[in-house]
Design a protein around this ligand. Structure first.
Ligand code: DX5
Ligand code: ZN
Length: 228
């Protein structure tokens, strides 16, 4: 397993994003997760490509953009140009997901498909061979600081089996309510990219919180700590 920690700046101080990124990187962040919300697909508004462009100037690790928007086909290119290395789009809004995934790859970014808690995994079956990663939502998207939904664990396990059966070693990313209490179970189930907002940025020492979460994930990924 290749554990990667992706701190979500949604929980950071937007007046000091550069400092937040630096602290997260100091604590071992492998990616910086940016939550893009349009007020339609989710009941909240956040940031656009301009902010990604600024983050790109200061970040030393790749930027992972999570598009919680109804029309990702329209905006994906702007995020790629702004410096995103990974872009995920929601299966719930895309009738031609195959085309969108191919388009993301043409843009030169890693193509991720995100899936909400209530969306069945079957909606990913046909695209499973083609994705670069799958983002499993472990809360209903829109806000940080929500409680982890425990059913996510079995969903990750089934998704890992589905990807393996499709011959695709693409990593699974998990997003929402990830902290020291939940990280072990999702890693044990097969998640490799761990998004965490509140548990990193709503703490007195961002670097220390990131470091602790990353080591807990690494411990759960070692054969002795694995539950599968
Ligand atoms: C939720 C976002 C998440 C969120 C995670 O809509 O996609 O990335 O910021 O935040 P926490 O870790 O606070 O649940
Ligand atoms: Zn996210």
């Amino acid at each position: 397993m290749n554990i990667r920690l992706a701190p979500s700046i949604l929980a950071a101080d937007f007046a000091a994003l550069g400092d937040a990124v630096a602290a997260a990187e100091q604590g071992g962040a492998d990616l910086i997760h940016v939550d893009v919300m349009d007020g339609h697909f989710v009941p909240n508004l956040t940031v656009g490509p301009l902010v990604v462009r600024s983050l790109k100037r200061v970040a030393r690790v790749p930027i992972d953009v999570h598009l919680m928007i109804t029309d990702p086909d329209r905006y994906a290119e702007a995020f790629a140009k702004a410096g995103a290395s990974m872009v995920s789009v929601h299966v719930e809004v895309l009738p031609h997901l195959n085309r969108t995934v191919a388009f993301l790859k043409e843009l030169g970014v890693k193509a991720g498909v995100a899936i909400n808690p209530a969306t069945p995994l079957a909606s990913l079956e046909e695209i499973a061979p083609d994705v670069d990663y799958v983002l499993v939502m472990s809360v209903n998207p829109g806000f940080g600081g929500q409680a982890f939904l425990p059913r996510t664990e079995s969903k990750i396990r089934s998704l890992r089996a589905m990807l393996d059966a499709a011959g695709n070693a693409a990593p699974i990313e998990v997003d929402g309510g990830i902290d020291l209490g939940t990280v072990g179970s999702v890693v044990g189930a097969g998640a490799e990219i761990l998004v965490a907002g509140s548990s990193i940025f709503h703490t007195p020492d961002i670097a220390a919180a990131a470091r602790a979460l990353r080591s807990a994930a690494e411990r759960a990924a070692t054969p002795a700590g694995r539950t599968r």
